[in-house]
Design a protein around this ligand. Structure first.
Ligand code: IDC
Length: 305
């Protein structure tokens, strides 16, 4: 039975994701690197390996909006939209959950491309209105001076564009400072059902200070989703910090958080989950995982076999 056959459309109840029978669901999976960088990993076969060999029930497609042929800069909109559709169709066929990530990064403030975001999400949610396996992540990592107030206003623009078609779809909302100010929405939450706030961490850089913010957000009742993380430094490279990784693992398991790690790629960057030099586009064995990939396999993905 696939994850989607088992659970169906997810909703947010209190702080948890729950399935059609009201049972708690935890999503665990991987994020692609930017799909414009690495379109070769967006395929049915790649996702099948994630599900059947790695044990993921979820995949995230990162579509950069600003840098590297970004959707809102010099990217080929049609091709990028086509890749997203290919990914959603593949996930649907495999009964996996898929997070469509509007990868705000270089532009810092999601308001800069808010009109484009509204158009994109309206178009996509209309097409996949009946597809209960899609989650919409409306802004990867607001940063710079972007305040929670600004993100809140942005969410109030984009969520209705999605909800007019996909009424119950779960929407993930980024938080300030590269999703480290996870406690920011406490005083001013988005008044909407089926939403969660995203926390991102890179364990070698983000340590106790960010864990305390996470605990504060969770104690305050916020629904938290870890939509991107690794146990490297914040540049996605440098040493693999197992010790800090363990501390984060304890936190995410204690709270039953869903977590998606960065990234499905093979490179010298330590955050690449596949060994550098591996040319395969699917069918990666556990032996072909990088050190971080292996740690994710052992600790994060749990639907093995
Ligand atoms: C990084 C990629 C890197 C790419 C860069 C572009 O790993 O290959 O050149 O983006 O800016 C994030 C971001 C994510 C980053 C990642 C590692 O969401 O886009 O990917 N990271 O730096 N937040 C914290 C770390």
């Amino acid at each position: 039975m696939t994850p989607f056959e088992k659970h169906g459309q997810l909703t947010v109840s209190g702080q948890k994701l729950t399935d059609r029978n009201g049972n708690e669901v935890i999503l665990r999976g991987v994020s692609t690197h930017g799909i414009a960088w690495h379109p070769e990993y967006v395929s049915l076969e790649a996702f099948r390996t994630l599900r059947d060999v790695w044990g993921c029930n979820c995949v995230r497609t990162a579509m950069y909006t600003h840098e590297y042929h970004g959707y809102c800069t010099d990217g080929d909109k049609k091709a990028l939209y086509g890749l997203i559709c290919k990914a959603v169709n593949a996930a649907a066929e495999l009964g996996m959950y898929i997070i469509v990530d509007w990868h705000v990064l270089g532009e810092k403030d999601p308001m800069i491309y808010a009109d484009e975001a509204v158009r994109f999400f309206a178009q996509l949610s209309r097409k996949y209105a009946a597809c209960g396996n899609v989650l919409y992540e409306i802004c990867n990592e607001p940063n710079g001076d972007t305040s929670w107030e600004t993100i809140h206003r942005y969410a109030d623009m984009v969520i209705p564009a999605i909800r007019q078609h996909a009424q119950k779809a779960v929407v993930l909302i980024g938080t300030p400072d590269w999703c480290q100010q996870i406690d920011a929405p406490l005083d001013d939450p988005v008044e909407c059902s089926n939403i969660m706030y995203t926390l991102h961490f890179y364990a070698d850089t983000h340590r106790d200070h960010i864990r305390r913010k996470a605990e504060r957000a969770l104690d305050g009742g916020l629904p938290v989703f870890v939509s991107e993380f690794n146990i490297t430094d914040a540049y996605g490279s440098g040493p693999v910090n197992y010790e800090e990784g363990e501390k984060w693992l304890e936190l995410i398991n204690a709270h039953g958080l869903s977590a998606v790690c960065w990234s499905l790629s093979a490179s010298k960057q330590s955050s690449s989950l596949i060994r550098d030099g591996c040319k395969k586009r699917s069918g990666w064995t556990v032996e072909e995982l990088s050190d971080t990939g292996r740690w994710m396999y052992d600790n994060i993905f749990f639907q093995k076999g």
